[in-house]
Design a protein. Sequence first.
Length: 376
Amino acid sequence: MHEIIEALISLLISTASTPEAVILFAGDAMQHEAQLQAAINSSKNHTDYDYSECFTDIERAIKKADYAVVNLEVPLGGAPYSGYPMFGAPDSYAKSLKDAGFDMFLTANNHTLDRRDTGLRRTIKVLDNLEVDHIGTYSSKAARDSILPLIKDIKGFNVGFLNYTYGTNGIKIKENTVVDYIDTALIARDIDAVRAKGAEIVTVALHWGIEYDLLPNKQQKELAGFLTDKGVDMIIGGHPHVIQPMEMRLNKNGKKTFVVYSLGNFISNMKTDDTRGGAIARVKLKRDTTGIAYVDTASYSLVFTIPPGDGSKNFRLVDATERKAGSRQYNCNMFVSRAKSIFDKHNINVPFEKINRNHNGHNDERHDTPATGDQQ
């Protein structure tokens, strides 16, 4: 009996001391004209842009993660601001995303040049002033070379990040700014470089696919296969504005690779059942008995955007499964039903999880050892 008790105590100590980190990924943070107007209406003087109400319902879940990533699908090009088709958001929009708990902003997407090179450079300057991480676009080649390989120390895990887009809506760079476009030769070199610099886990975020398609196309599948063969640990997709399946697969070395074809919209004013919401993915990293880092598990939650009304002046993001959508509950139910039907049929080892579940004893706020500076 004494030996059994000692074995149980040893097991409990071993389990409690196993290093782990949780990374959260959110989809496309859009900014349409109606969102701009709602942000003005929500401000005290009706001239500023106030987004403080937008994320209050889910920021607890974002801040639980040890590191959180979002796709900023709108340039911060300065006034005048605008929605579709040539986006431009106030700086306070990015600040509100940071205040909600996001640590990294992805900027390689098809709208990154909506305000041309000047808007791209200003976006980078704003994000730098906010002291948030960002990748995908750069003010110059020299700036890119100084930032990449980008490796973050997330609770002791050295995690590398890369970000690419299929295009920029036909708008061309006219100066010396840099947008990282999807190019397998470039991506392969970047993966090799970030591994050589010490990344234990490599994440590649891609703006790809066909808008509004709920399933990935041939090109997405082929590129995901290429990245898996290159040993990428996490492949995170966006752009379709609707969710697409997620997979936990094994690469040729027997390690897990987490693939998300599309997280859909994070927040927007899109109005079809499929575009009103999106998914948030959580990925847990662990180490094996030899100290090798690996992707352990992944899960998804569903969020839904409620437009102004029901006592609120602003757009609000809520847990899609908690019946908080008020007069939009029917639309929310439709989104959840359609999203779950896709995930239930096509996901591979990536289950649903309630958004505010207490994950592995994490407190509501970040751990005392957040991600530190770049490893360069």
